[in-house]
Design a binder for this molecule. Structure first.
Ligand code: MN
Length: 255
């Protein structure tokens, strides 16, 4: 299988290396990843600056492309400029930290997978609840297993997978659950401080709060119960249920 790997933690991140170690022996792997951390940039693209590309040796016989842009830039460049032919599949991760519920709207990890999906490739974002080395290695094994199923079974158009892996590794994990995105909010979000010149500034911090905690169908609940969470997500954000209701709105002043 021909796999494009990317992430939002940057090309040197341990989660990307774990995927590389897991996948390079059996598959043809290409890496196109940001040259520095891009967590939280969502689906941003770079249009006001040039994108610089360099090659770095990541070991395992893989020379990566590093890009001075966002995860979405990386995937766009991979498909449109850098790779000789398109990959069979796109895997983004393994992210340092979960991407649950509404996190997917901010996540560069998920955005890279969405971009792969927009190019028509089966795509998956993988995130780990933690940052320890055995955890990354286990998440990479999970990613490969899911990737093989994903390619065999196929996904509907505009659909991709958001995978979150518990931190306990193979011993603590109870299985795999297909889930929906839960609702996640952040508390105590901004830290207000003063800079050395006495000017105020704000730093986004805060702790996530998962709502709907008693609903076992959510991604957060699955993860908390020790399951790998697989959420199919859809790129078309149209609210189809509201279309009919909105079509009855009157626009008297306009028409
Ligand atoms: Mn990240």
């Amino acid at each position: 299988m021909r796999i494009l790997l990317t992430n939002d933690d940057g090309v040197w991140a341990p989660g990307l290396r774990a995927l590389l170690r897991q996948l390079a022996p059996e598959h043809e792997v290409e890496v196109v990843a940001p040259d520095k951390e891009q967590s939280g940039v969502g689906h941003g693209i770079t249009v006001h600056h040039p994108l610089r590309v360099a090659r770095v040796d990541l070991g395992a016989g893989v020379e990566a492309f590093t890009v001075s842009g966002t995860p979405a830039d990386c995937v766009k460049l991979a498909f449109d400029a850098l790779l000789d032919r398109p990959p069979d599949i796109v895997i983004s991760g393994v992210n340092d930290g979960v991407n649950l519920g509404t996190d997917v709207l901010y996540s560069g990890t998920v955005a890279a997978a969405v971009e792969g999906c927009l190019f028509g490739a089966p795509a998956m974002a993988v995130s780990l609840d933690g940052r320890d080395e055995p955890g990354y290695a286990f998440a990479a094994r999970v990613a490969e297993a899911i990737a093989l199923r994903m390619v065999e079974e196929g996904l509907p158009p505009n659909s991709l997978l958001n995978v979150n892996v518990p931190k306990d590794g193979p011993e603590g994990v109870r299985g795999v659950r297909v889930t929906r995105l839960g609702q996640r909010r952040y508390r105590d979000v901004f830290d207000r401080r003063s800079d050395p010149r006495g000017r105020e500034y704000y730093w986004l911090a805060g702790n996530p709060v998962d709502l709907e905690t008693d609903d076992v169908t959510t991604d957060a609940a699955a993860l908390r119960s020790g399951y790998v969470s697989i959420t199919p997500i859809h790129v078309d954000m149209t609210d189809f249920e509201s279309m009919e209701r909105l079509s009855r709105w009157k626009f008297d002043r306009l028409l």
